[in-house]
Design a binder for this molecule. Structure first.
Ligand SMILES: Cc1cc2nc3c(=O)[nH]c(=O)nc-3n(C[C@H](O)[C@H](O)[C@H](O)COP(=O)(O)OP(=O)(O)OC[C@H]3O[C@@H](n4cnc5c(N)ncnc54)[C@H](O)[C@@H]3O)c2cc1C
Length: 438
């Protein structure tokens, strides 16, 4: 019997929505992505792509394209804020390829986004259409259909809401307003030309070999790494939110950043003094949802729309890519349209615990990264320096249990196992029985 071919409508062409579009199209369904913006692009500078996300991208045939735009950091270093001395480090090469089956990439967000957009248009057979200037304002979950700001209504077999932190889809699904809440932190995002850094001998080590360098200090931390074939140094500096009410992104003055980080490693300050422009972003978050999937079985959510996270484990986009991969994998199994509601429940069942654990883990990282000077911080530093690795180790990328949890996630295998269970339990189309068991 031929497999059913669904019309899938994805709201939002961010990293999560495009990943889902690729995976769902590769699974044999037609995809329309609606994006509110007038151009397809990503804002911000660098992004880390850990192996749990890289493996999905590779499975979609994107190894070469991602290698071309990425840098491979050799190690993750945790440093003390005052003098930048190294407290602990976790080598990434060859570990991530050998143990986790994929690289740990860094790249510019715009390059990553472009790779995904190009893949959408490169898949043969039916195309994925990505339609810009298409803001979704309303959803009919039963039809299902979306209405755009122009008043036009578009129907589909399945609607996937991947419209980010300020998700209209989430609010429509919840039936109430659900604005993101403040986290008390903001991120300064800075880019420095690596050639400017190479003029300073004491900065040479940061641009000679790619690495992720993280300075930890009171109420703040800095994460820095190379981008663009080593041509740029990306800096993300997190500190307490000082932005005026109602503003979420604004330009900033490097002098303001220098003032906030005045007692930090002189080399970090030197890097800050080399930037020409800085922006600051308020870090917001949302509350965990009870469910992502509408009882109609024709709508679900993914990415920041349902599990936004602080970026302290560098996993937000990675888990959005995983969502897309798992959803696509499950939709590739579909034998009959009646299975769709059950499969959406399976999708949520596979994804929700993991994403919640990562969101909570990211929030907890703040306590480790932002310790005030004192007894607890001295204890943390002593444990890191002793490098006595065991579960609970403060360098989460070196804690073997937590690192395995983050990096070894095998979504494709999870799909296979869940599908077998789904078929066993649902028997001849008894999808409702399966839903009751989840
Ligand atoms: C400072 C910082 C650093 C980070 N670093 C990392 C990192 O190193 N690694 C990592 O994995 N993650 C990182 N993240 C997290 C990551 O950026 C996000 O988790 C990820 O981009 C979410 O992707 P998304 O597709 O779910 O949402 P978004 O990227 O927000 O995409 C949503 C899309 O939907 C569109 N849209 C919104 N509303 C509508 C509508 N009504 N109709 C149509 N379209 C709509 C938007 O225009 C947008 O294009 C970081 C985040 C921050 C803030």
């Amino acid at each position: 019997m031929p497999k059913p071919r669904l019309n899938v409508l994805i709201v939002g062409a961010g990293l999560g929505g495009l990943s889902a579009a690729i995976a769902i199209r590769l699974a044999g369904h037609e995809v329309l992505v609606l994006e509110q913006a007038s151009t397809l692009s990503e804002v911000g500078a660098g992004i880390q792509i850990p192996p749990n996300s890289a493996r999905f991208l590779i499975s979609w045939g994107l190894r070469e394209a991602m290698d071309r735009v990425s840098v491979l950091p050799e190690t993750i270093r945790l440093r003390s804020y005052r003098d930048g001395s190294i407290l602990n480090e976790q080598p990434l090469v060859p570990l991530t390829e050998e143990v986790y089956g994929g690289p740990y990439w860094h790249c510019h967000r715009a390059d990553f986004h472009k790779v995904l957009v190009e893949k959408c248009y490169a898949i043969g057979g039916l195309t994925i259409e990505v339609r810009i200037n298409s803001m979704v304002t309303e959803i009919d979950f039963e039809a299902p259909s979306v209405t755009l700001s122009t008043g036009r209504t578009i129907g589909a077999d399945l609607i996937v809401g991947s419209d980010g932190l300020k998700s209209k889809c989430r609010e429509q699904f919840l039936g109430r307003s659900d604005p993101p809440h403040l986290t008390g932190d903001l991120a300064y995002r800075l880019l420095v030309k690596a050639e400017e850094m190479r003029k300073h001998k004491d900065l040479e080590e940061f641009v000679s070999k790619p690495a992720i360098n993280t300075w930890m200090g009171p109420q703040a931390h800095a994460v820095c790494y190379l981008l663009k074939g080593g041509g740029y140094y990306n800096m993300v500096l997190i500190c307490p939110d000082n932005m005026p009410g109602g503003v979420n992104v604004m330009p900033a003055d490097p002098a303001e950043v220098l003032q906030l980080f005045k007692s930090w490693d002189p080399r970090l300050k030197k890097m800050i003094s080399l930037v020409s422009s800085v922006s600051k972003w308020r870090l917001q978050n949302s509350t965990e949802m009870a469910s992502w999937t509408h009882p109609s079985g024709k709508f679900t959510l993914l990415g920041d729309a349902c599990h936004a996270t602080l970026p302290y484990l560098a996993q937000g986009a990675a888990i959005a890519v995983e969502d897309g991969g798992v959803l696509g994998g499950l939709l590739g199994k579909l034998e009959d349209r009646s299975q769709l509601p059950g499969l959406l429940r399976v999708y949520e069942g596979l994804r929700k615990n993991r994403t919640t654990k990562i969101v909570v883990g990211s929030t907890n990282m703040r306590d480790i990264l932002h310790m005030e000077d004192g007894e607890e911080q001295r204890r943390r530093d002593a444990v890191l320096l002793a490098d006595d690795i065991k579960p609970g180790f403060p360098n989460k990328w070196r804690d073997p249990v937590f690192r395995n949890f983050l990096f070894s996630y095998d979504g494709a295998r999870e799909v296979e196992i869940a599908w077998e269970r789904f078929r066993e339990r649902s028997g001849s189309g008894a999808v409702g029985t399966f839903r009751a068991m989840l």
